[in-house]
Design a protein around this ligand. Structure first.
Ligand code: MN
Length: 135
């Protein structure tokens, strides 16, 4: 067994996120385990760019209220305690609302040299605002 003390938090890169987002790693993929887990904190208005995960992704919300949205127009409003699964290859984004922070634990399965995420274009203000119709 091994305890890891509190990991350093880094600001998420502007190449993949809009607004202020902070990532604290929890676990790397260390064979034979492929699980990667991170605590991700979104400030109001912040969100990921569009992206997909080769092995899918599980999000577990630990604080606040936020959204996950897909290309087909589906929007899930999620809050602390909720868990959302995104299937392999499905393009989506996630983030807080325009007025609330949202923190989630992101869990996915990677390979030796990749976390399997394909990053795409930013979510436009129009796309982001439209998600707020979901209550
Ligand atoms: Mn994702």
């Amino acid at each position: 067994m091994e305890r890891t003390t509190v990991n350093d938090t880094a600001k998420a890169p502007a190449a993949a996120f809009t607004g202020d987002v902070y990532v604290t790693p929890i676990k790397k993929a260390e064979p034979p385990s492929r699980l990667i887990a991170s605590l991700v904190r979104f400030t109001p208005g912040a969100r990921t760019h569009w992206h997909s995960h080769a092995g899918g992704q599980t999000l577990h919300v630990t604080e606040g209220i936020g959204y996950v949205a897909g290309r087909d127009g589906q929007v899930i409003r999620m809050r602390a305690g909720d868990t959302v699964w995104t299937p392999p290859g499905e393009e989506h984004w996630h983030g807080g609302t325009s007025t609330t922070c949202m923190s989630h634990i992101a869990m996915l399965e990677g390979t030796d040299d990749s976390d399997g995420t394909t990053w795409l274009e930013p979510v436009t203000d129009e796309q982001y605002t439209a998600a707020h119709q979901q209550r």
